[in-house]
Design a protein around this ligand. Structure first.
Ligand code: PXG
Length: 458
């Protein structure tokens, strides 16, 4: 085995193939092509093991909101490690930094969301949501309100409960999911679900009505909550049509169903406000945050509870739920500094008024590309839906191969854009410059042209 300092790309790939079990990677393709080995990063660029610079159009996994290489975050982590590298939040203790982060999040979160439960990932946060909300209804004397409703193509994480909340058949097929007590409805996804002649707003109303129908089918006395991402992310960037969230909220309120906003992707500036809930005028009872909370520099997530939910839980005594790393002080220090940067550099405003509109102006230029069926998005979230025929909104058969090819060619061109079914998704750092946006689309178009040529659709 070569010493790490002397390893070239092939040696890294060999070691990885031998010992590393990857999430969401086809082992046959991994065996054939090996992993893409990443060595460093700066600003919006990754640096691979050959020293090549690649524009990261995905901000890692939708999380590096402030970009790579921030010295302030390194310094915050270093300082915290020196002062208090670890202490827990069990048994009546709390690191000062963790307390400060709860104050800051309570200031930032909309409405009466003022109480934070920490974990290390979005998945754990959503597991926490399931347990706490079931506990809440139990304490309210309504122990039968246990079922969660979510949507097809929702992504809420990979633990047993989070994947049950999620709306992917392939994930449900592993481990016997969904668990009992999880139901799914259609998403407001016009390109795939609209009927002949149906407008996006009409489709949005139909998707909201599906919630009403599902609650009535299950019985409102059995349903605990509806959970949704303000803009569905990993399912293919599906922004809600006008009126969708207002209708969902009306339905939930009228039937005494709690509303959970999963802001793991949409939080911390990505949609042009601090939270997607503000962009879409949602007042959730519970909010899940992760990713952009620390810009991915350290693992941390927070479930933010409203005053009444917290009050009820408080009355119920100790919550037998928590993680060794709940409120980890180093992650909390990095998150606090990250939030300071987002505020100081006015990143939500920048996304709303400047770089977001520019990003979507450039994206719109792809609309007449022969492979493109639809271009949609919000803030620094973009989907380019590939289709063999835009007019009829046809899907490729089999699904997924054309976008997988495009994703490969994007890497070759020097930009990361993620494929999901036949949707290409981008979510760059919120700090991306106009010149970098230009570069992103130049490289993306190059990859699309090559995909069209290779897939015989030029
Ligand atoms: N909620 C949402 C909305 C997410 O996007 C999670 C919860 C789970 O977070 P953790 O930290 O447990 O991964 C996510 C995560 C992809 C991809 O392929 C997306 C996510 C994670 C990994 C891959 O787009 N989102």
């Amino acid at each position: 085995m070569t010493a790490p300092a002397q390893r070239d790309t092939a040696a890294w790939q060999q070691a990885d193939r031998r010992h590393h079990v990857h999430p969401f990677v086809d082992p046959a393709i991994l065996k054939e092509k090996g992993p893409r080995v990443v060595k460093g990063a700066e600003g919006c660029y990754l640096i691979d093991s050959d020293g090549r610079r690649i524009l990261d159009g995905m901000a890692g996994l939708w999380c590096v909101n402030v970009g790579y290489g921030r010295r302030e975050l390194v310094e915050a982590a270093r300082k915290q490690m020196e002062e208090l590298p670890y202490y827990n939040t069990f048994f009546r203790s709390a690191p000062t930094t963790t307390i400060r982060l709860t104050e800051r999040l309570s200031e930032l979160a909309p409405g009466n969301l003022r109480h934070v439960f920490f974990s290390s990932s979005g998945s754990e946060a959503n597991d926490t949501v399931v347990r706490l909300i079931r506990r809440y209804w139990d304490l309210k004397g309504r122990p039968e309100k246990t079922t969660f409703i979510s949507r097809t193509y929702a992504y809420h994480g990979s633990t047993m409960a989070a994947a049950s909340l999620g709306g992917f058949d392939a994930m449900h097929a592993v481990g016997g999911l969904p668990l009992p007590g999880f139901a799914h409805i259609m998403p407001p996804y016009w390109f795939v679900f609209a009927e002949e002649g149906e407008t996006p707003d009409q489709l949005g109303m139909r998707a909201a009505t599906a919630l009403e129908a599902k609650i009535d089918e299950l019985g409102p006395d059995k349903v605990a909550a509806f959970i949704g991402e303000p803009v569905q992310g990993a399912g293919g960037v599906i922004p809600p049509p006008a009126g969708y969230w207002a209708e969902v909220q009306r339905i939930c309120r009228e039937r005494d169903i709690l509303l959970v906003a999963d802001e793991v992707i949409t939080g911390f500036g990505r949609t042009g406000r601090w939270f997607g809930s503000e962009t879409f005028d949602i007042q959730p009872d519970v909010m899940t945050t992760a990713k952009g909370l620390s810009s991915g520099y350290c693992p941390i997530s927070g479930v933010i509870l409203s005053d009444p939910i917290f009050a009820a839980l408080e009355d119920g005594g100790a919550i037998p739920h928590g993680y060794t790393y709940s409120g980890h002080p180093v992650s909390a220090a990095v998150a606090l500094e990250n939030l300071r940067i987002i505020e100081e550099e006015k990143l939500p405003e920048r996304v709303r008024d400047d770089i977001g509109p520019y990003f979507h102006r450039r994206a719109a230029e792809l609309r007449d590309h022969p492979l493109v069926g639809e271009v949609r998005g919000c803030g620094m979230l973009l989907a380019v839906e590939l289709s063999p025929d835009r007019e009829s909104r046809a899907l490729f058969d089999p699904q997924g191969t054309v976008a997988a090819l495009c994703h490969e060619l994007c890497w070759e061109e020097g930009v990361v854009i993620r494929n999901m079914r036949d949707v290409m998704c981008a979510a760059p750092p919120l700090t991306i410059s106009r010149a970098e946006v230009d570069e992103l689309f130049e490289k993306f178009r190059g990859a699309l042209d090559r995909t069209a040529a290779e897939a015989g659709r030029g």
